[in-house]
Design a protein around this ligand. Structure first.
Ligand SMILES: *Cc1c(COP(=O)(O)O)cnc(C)c1O
Length: 416
């Protein structure tokens, strides 16, 4: 491609890093649950000259001239998001999932107001009120947890906590909780204590779009999401809400929290959302869940503790403390990386180690499924993983597994 040769002439350092990253993605099995591989079409839209254009405002109401084509692109993204999720209103301008959450907080809360959300160690997200994040600094935060026995959200404790704490907003949604949320139950609690319900579906946007996961639209007051995870629409965020909150949300994003929208990313969202409307995508999303369930049962059969006993969606959370008390999440992540399997260390419910070390790993199937992996292959990969965790010092075994992973990565290319 001539574009690439231009980049390598102008900036060989960046060109080489991009080429090396492409090779890394091709040669490794990406099992970080929040990652995926977008299509060539999404890449083309995101890498387009739309990056040149300022389009502050919204379709039909821009602050700059020359926005007619931007209007076409953004309106398509909005219409497709509304169609996919059944929402009255969609804002597709948030630069990320975190900024989508910021938009909702800014629209509906004052500094010092109270947020109640899932604890980070129990699967929550930084933007739900962690003290290192703006959300924990601007608002007063209480967190609910999963039941340590079952690994499921403890809804009774959540309700008691809500009655005591009297939050202004209850946040549902997670980064490392392998089960579906009961959005209706959380909305009922929110109604009872006079709080808004924000459902953050960042990880599961693709599964919700394909009707494989409960859809909080129409139940929660606000729904936020990332667009680069299971839905494969390129990096960014979005907010879905009802007509009555539309204006407040739009104002909180622009001019409240952002300047010009990233129109090239919004074009990626439009293209990815169109792909997500297809039967192909529905099949993909189904396979993501089937693969995750296959992975969870292989882990269980091989003696690993899987938080909550399994999964309803695209990820499995392994608690290594029972099966491998000496092995930290950090060790496991490193050892797997060496053979070409990329996962992330993750805190687990009742975590006893620091977030930089952890006692668990989070394993996801969205990216593998995009490459075409089905259950038998996923089970092979899961078995290799356990073989390695059982024998972390066996270099011969590691070499053999590394060769197998390399072979699989060639059998299932990403970009051909
Ligand atoms: C990934 C994620 C986000 C958003 O992340 P960004 O990196 O800001 O796009 C928000 N909430 C949850 C629960 C997430 O998992």
């Amino acid at each position: 491609m001539s574009d690439r040769s231009r980049l390598s002439a102008t900036d060989p350092l960046v060109a080489d890093a991009i080429a090396d990253e492409r090779t890394r993605q091709e040669q490794n099995l990406e099992m970080i649950a929040s990652e995926n591989h977008v299509s060539e079409a999404v890449l083309q839209a995101q890498g387009s000259i739309l990056t040149n254009k300022y389009a502050e405002g919204y379709p039909g109401e821009r602050y700059y001239g020359g926005c007619e084509h931007m209007d076409t692109v953004e309106q398509a993204a909005i219409d497709r998001a509304r169609d996919l999720f059944g929402a009255e209103h969609a804002n597709v301008q948030p630069h990320s999932g975190t900024q989508a959450n910021m938009g909702v907080y800014f629209a509906m809360l004052d500094p010092g107001d109270k947020i109640m959300s899932l604890d980070l160690n129990h699967g929550g997200h930084l933007s739900h009120g962690h003290h290192v994040n703006f959300s924990g600094q601007f608002y007063e935060v209480e967190q609910y947890e999963v039941d340590p026995e079952t690994g499921y959200i403890d809804y009774d404790a959540l309700e008691t906590l809500a009655e005591e704490f009297d939050p202004d907003m209850i946040v549902s949604g997670s980064s490392a909780y392998p089960r579906e949320f009961d959005f209706e139950q959380i909305s009922a609690v929110a109604d009872r204590v006079g709080a808004y319900h924000l459902a953050d579906i960042a990880h599961v946007t693709g599964l919700v779009a394909a009707d494989l996961h409960a859809n909080p639209v129409g139940t929660a007051d606000f729904v936020t999401g990332s667009t680069h995870k299971t839905i494969r629409a390129g990096r960014g965020g979005m907010i879905l809400t009802s007509e009555d909150h539309a204006e407040a949300i739009d104002k909180a994003i622009f001019p409240g929290g952002q300047g010009g929208p990233l129109m090239h990313n919004i074009a990626g969202k439009a293209v990815g959302f169109k792909e997500a409307q297809s039967d192909d995508f529905a099949g993909y999303a189904r396979q993501v869940v089937i693969n995750a369930k296959a992975m969870a049962s292989t882990f269980r059969d091989r003696g690993l503790s899987v938080v909550s006993g399994g999964t309803d969606k695209h990820l499995v959370l392994v608690d290594l403390r029972d099966s491998h008390p000496e092995l930290t999440g950090k060790d496991a992540e490193q050892r797997l990386e060496e053979v070409g399997i990329t996962v992330n260390k993750n805190t687990v419910p009742g975590e006893t180690r620091s977030p930089f070390v952890t006692s668990g790993i989070r394993v996801g199937t969205p990216a593998l499924t995009t490459r075409g992996f089905t259950e038998p292959v996923v089970e092979d990969v899961a078995n290799y993983m356990v073989d390695l965790l059982d024998n972390p010092d066996d270099d011969e075994l590691a070499e053999m597994i590394s060769r197998e992973i390399n072979y699989l990565s060639q059998e299932y290319p990403i970009y051909g």
